[in-house]
Design a protein around this ligand. Structure first.
Ligand code: BES
Ligand code: MN
Ligand code: MN
Length: 458
C-alpha cells in the first residue's frame, strides 16, 4: 500500500486540476426545481458520470427516472473488503435574489480562498473532493482499498422523490456495509464535527380565498374578507411571538434530550450562541428562548413562513382588497416523527385556527423523514480518526437542523450505518446569495476522505 503521505502529495499536486474541473461542473446551472433547467440537470449528471469513468469506474451511468436522472457507478474489486456506498446530490437551489450576488451565480469565481458559485458548498465541491480522494487511491495504489458504490441524485433540493422510489426497489444493487454522505458542514475551520442527527421536513402551501374577485377597498372595505390578513392571523395563531407551535399532537410528540446532550447545549462550551449571532448578523436570537439554541436547531420542531403572495406590491398605490393569498410554510421535525402524519395534524390545526368567512386549502409539497445516528460504530470511529489525523483536533458530535431525507431511508433499507461527514463551513450561505466553499476545506476534505477509506480496510 502506498503511504498516506504519497496520496496527500498526489492530492496537493493535482488540486488545481480538480478545482478547474469542479468549476466546469459548477458552471452548469442544475437547478432541479425549475423546469426550464431540465437540460442543465441532465448535463450535470452526464458530466459527473463521465468524470467517474475517467477515474476508472467501469460502467458509470445515468439512470433515468420520472424526473431527474440518478448517477450510479461501482468498483467492486475485493471480496474480503467492506463496501461503502457514497451518496451526494448534483442539483442545486435556485439563485434568487439575484441582485444580492457579488459575482454571477453560475460564473464560479475564486476570491479570498473561496469558490463562489451556486452549488459550491451544497453539494458539488463536496462530491468533487470525494472523487479526488478516490482518484488518489487509484493513481497511487493502482486500486481502491475497499469496494465503492456511488449513487448521486439530481433532485434532492426538489424533495428527492425519484431516489426514494429507487432505493427500496434496488436493495441488492445498493447493498453496503456503510454509507458516506458529505453534504453537511463542520462547526469551524479548526473544529471538525460529525453529524449525529438531522431533522425531518414537511413543506406545504396554504391557499386562501375570500371574495370571488378583487374589490375596491373603499366600496367594500369594512365588510369584505381579506385573505392576506386572514393568512397572517392564521400564521400567528399557529406560531405566536413566543415561538411555540400550536399543534397539540406535535407538542406531545417532541422528544426530551438525554441529560448529557441537554447539559452540552446549556453550557455551550463551543460558544455556538455567539457564533450564530455573528453568522446571521443579528443581536438577538428569537424563538423558544427557554430552550438552548442548539436544542432549538437540532431537536425542536420549527414552523417557518418562506413567502407570502397576494394583492398589490407594484409601484405606487392601488386601493384593492385581494381575492386570494398564498403562503409557503414548512416545518422541521424531530428525527423520529413521520412527516406525513404531521401533515394531518397541521391540516386539522389550519382548519381549526382559520378565521371564518374564507376557503382554505393546504397542500403537501414534500415530506422527508429526519434521522438520528447511533454514533458508536466502527465506521463513525474511522471517520473521527480520519478527521483528527488531518485537522489535528478530534471532531465533536452534533445534531444538524437541516434535512437529508434519503439518509434515514438508506439506514432503514440497507441496514447500514450512515456517516455524515461534511466539509462545509457555517458561513457558506448555502441556499442563499454568494454561496461559497473554502479551498482549504477542499484540500483537507479530500485528504480526510482518502484517509477514511484507508481506515476501512480489514
Ligand atoms: N445539504 C442540505 C442539508 C443540510 C443543510 C444539512 C444544513 C446540514 C446543514 C440539503 O441539500 C438540503 O438543503 N436539504 C433540504 C431538504 C429538503 C429540500 C427536502 C433542506 O434541508 O431544506
Ligand atoms: Mn445538500
Ligand atoms: Mn441544499
Amino acid at each position: 500500500m502506498a503511504t498516506a503521505q504519497a496520496r496527500n502529495t498526489y492530492l496537493d499536486k493535482h488540486q488545481d486540476r480538480f478545482i478547474e474541473q469542479l468549476l466546469q461542473w459548477l458552471a452548469i446551472p442544475s437547478i432541479s426545481t425549475l423546469s426550464e433547467h431540465k437540460d442543465d440537470v441532465n448535463k450535470a449528471a452526464d458530466w459527473v458520470s463521465e468524470r467517474l469513468t475517467a477515474i476508472g469506474f467501469p460502467n458509470a451511468k445515468t439512470i433515468s427516472t420520472k424526473r431527474h436522472p440518478l448517477v450510479y457507478a461501482e468498483w467492486l474489486a475485493h471480496n474480503n473488503q467492506p463496501t461503502l456506498l457514497i451518496y451526494g446530490h448534483y442539483d442545486v437551489q435556485p439563485v434568487d435574489p439575484i441582485d444580492e450576488w457579488d459575482s454571477p451565480p453560475f460564473q464560479p469565481t475564486i476570491r479570498n480562498g473561496n469558490i463562489y458559485c451556486r452549488g459550491a458548498s451544497d453539494d458539488k465541491s463536496q462530491i468533487m473532493l470525494v472523487l479526488a480522494a478516490l482518484e488518489a487511491w487509484v493513481k497511487e495504489d493502482g486500486a481502491l482499498p475497499i469496494n465503492i458504490k456511488i449513487l448521486l441524485e439530481g433532485e434532492e433540493e426538489a424533495g428527492g422523490a425519484s431516489i426514494a422510489e429507487f432505493v427500496p426497489k434496488n436493495p441488492e444493487l445498493l447493498q453496503a456495509d456503510a454509507v458516506l454522505i458529505c453534504d453537511t458542514h463542520m462547526l469551524h475551520p479548526k473544529q471538525p464535527s460529525l453529524v449525529t442527527g438531522l431533522r425531518g421536513v414537511l413543506y406545504t402551501e396554504i391557499a386562501v380565498t375570500g371574495a370571488k374577485t378583487d374589490l375596491h377597498s373603499g366600496s367594500y372595505g369594512g365588510v369584505a374578507p381579506n385573505p392576506i390578513h386572514a393568512l397572517c392571523i392564521l400564521i400567528n395563531r399557529l406560531k405566536g411571538e413566543d415561538g411555540v407551535i400550536q399543534i397539540p399532537e406535535l407538542a406531545a410528540a417532541i422528544p426530551i434530550p438525554s441529560v448529557a446532550e441537554k447539559l452540552f447545549w446549556q453550557e455551550d462550551p463551543l460558544h455556538i450562541e455567539a457564533a450564530l449571532k455573528t453568522e446571521m448578523g443579528v443581536t438577538e436570537l428569537v424563538g423558544e428562548t427557554e430552550y438552548p439554541p442548539l436544542e432549538r436547531i437540532g431537536l425542536r420542531p420549527t414552523f417557518e413562513v418562506h413567502g407570502i403572495r397576494g394583492g398589490f406590491t407594484g409601484e405606487g398605490a392601488k386601493t384593492v382588497i385581494p381575492a386570494t393569498a398564498m403562503a409557503k410554510v414548512s416545518l422541521r421535525l424531530p428525527a423520529d416523527l413521520d412527516p406525513n402524519k404531521v401533515f394531518t395534524w397541521l391540516e386539522k390545526a389550519v382548519h381549526h385556527n382559520m378565521p371564518t368567512g374564507y376557503r382554505v386549502q393546504l397542500t403537501n409539497l414534500h415530506a422527508g423523514k429526519g434521522f438520528s445516528i447511533q454514533s458508536d460504530n466502527h465506521y463513525i470511529r474511522a471517520a473521527a480518526e480520519a478527521l483528527e489525523s488531518i485537522y489535528g483536533t478530534a471532531p465533536v458530535f452534533m445534531r444538524e437542523g437541516g434535512s437529508i431525507p434519503i439518509a434515514s431511508l438508506f439506514n432503514e433499507i440497507l441496514k447500514a450505518p450512515v456517516v455524515l461527514m461534511g466539509f462545509g463551513l457555517p458561513d457558506d450561505t448555502i441556499h442563499a446569495p454568494n454561496e461559497k466553499f473554502s479551498l482549504e476545506q477542499f484540500n483537507k476534505g479530500m485528504k480526510t476522505v482518502a484517509e477514511f477509506l484507508g481506515r476501512l480496510t480489514t
